[in-house]
Design a protein around this ligand. Sequence first.
Ligand code: URP
Ligand code: ZN
Ligand code: ZN
Length: 475
Amino acid sequence: MKTLIKNGRVITAVDDYYADVLVEDERIVLIGESLAHLEPNVDKIIDAKDRYVIPGGIDAHTHMDMPFGGTTSADDFETGTFAAAHGGTTTIIDFAIQAKGQSLYTALDTWHEKAAGKAAIDYGFHMITTDLPRERISEMKKLIHDEGVTSFKMFMAYPGVLLVDDATIFRGMSAAGEEGGLICMHAENGIVIDEIVRYAIEKGHTAPKYHALTRPTQAEAEGVNRAIRLAEMAGSPVYIVHLSCHDALKRVKEARDEGIPAFAETCPQYLFLDYTAYEKAGFEGAKYVMTPALREKWNQDELWTGLRMNDLQVVSTDHCPFCFKDQKQLGKDDFSKIPNGGPGVEHRMNLIFNGGVVGNRITLNRFVEITSTAAAKIFGLFPRKGTIAVGSDADIVIFDPNKKVTISAETHHMRVDYSCYEGMEVQGVAETVLSRGKVVIENCKYVGRKGDGKFQKRSRVQHHIKESAYAKLNH
Ligand code: URP
Ligand code: ZN
Ligand code: ZN
């Protein structure tokens, strides 16, 4: 199958030029100023005049079909990836979860079963590790080397559920550092937060806004700092997930200025929404109960600066939807029982284009970098994914930079009954989307099939790291 994308403006993290792109089967095979002479020999022609031709988005943080907070996230791999495709995302990296005491392989098998034959776009897995005794380190290494699962999420939050202690984090980081893996950290001091939560409940503060009022920015900053310093001791890179505020960003910036390989993502909710969402009437605020919580509005400018200056490298969604009607209600009488998480996988690309490029906060190249290329590089998918280049997978978005759309739960494709951005008009739409050469969205309509998406093994990534505390003992 040969597809010619003609007349488009090709934008990558570093390039910006007009060219035709020839796709053969799953990959890009030729890019040239004019490939019109090939037209008689191709099966499909896509006219990308007045459109950008950009790499498919990579959302490095999603939770499909995830048991959490006494329920399960509302999108599974079928509905969630279908929605992602509509928004121009062609790869997600989702989180498998190891139950305490469980083999990492059992957890991986469970997530393979959840996703197999369902996904509309490609997917990979990080592994959430909830306990990692020395005996299990060999499994972690095998996941990195044999299974293409090269990143692991650990939690400093959610005591009694997902939290792991510092020794476990250090052990995991040491192994990751040695093997070219990466620890992704949910960096918030959950022990202190839970103490504040207990105090709030005792005082009868049960409304959704207390979710935010019990999670101070310092708890996140402390977690970020601890994660980075543990990584420094372990001789490992670290990736901070869903960074939400200036206090936490300062810690990442300090570390990067010291030459420590600390990376961080933020999410659209922290760039576009703020604390006042929790003050909406009635129980509405529950829609925005996610962790970390939404912060005071002034943090948003700091996060945009972080994205511009590369102290933040990635925008992911932390897509973890729960329906308002029958899932968020679990916390009707107690904010701490509201399932934490919100929907987002569908609108990341147009929100960031609209707020970033149209809003004059980032360049077009940076838009591509933070929505696709950087995640591909950090998580071992580059150059197979994350760019438009000969030999790369033909994960391509024909993006209309002028078209406007109004976000609404009435029209979105995520299986959740509300949108955090209800009524917001955004400029910039993924019009046609190719996933490994196959058109899955054509003129904004889904034309793919479930099962088109395939599991992607990811490579190890090496970083310049200082000598670890363990290595010093081996001299
Ligand atoms: O509120 C959130 N973020 N839910 C998903 C789980 C997590 O911590 O990423
Ligand atoms: Zn998290
Ligand atoms: Zn998450």
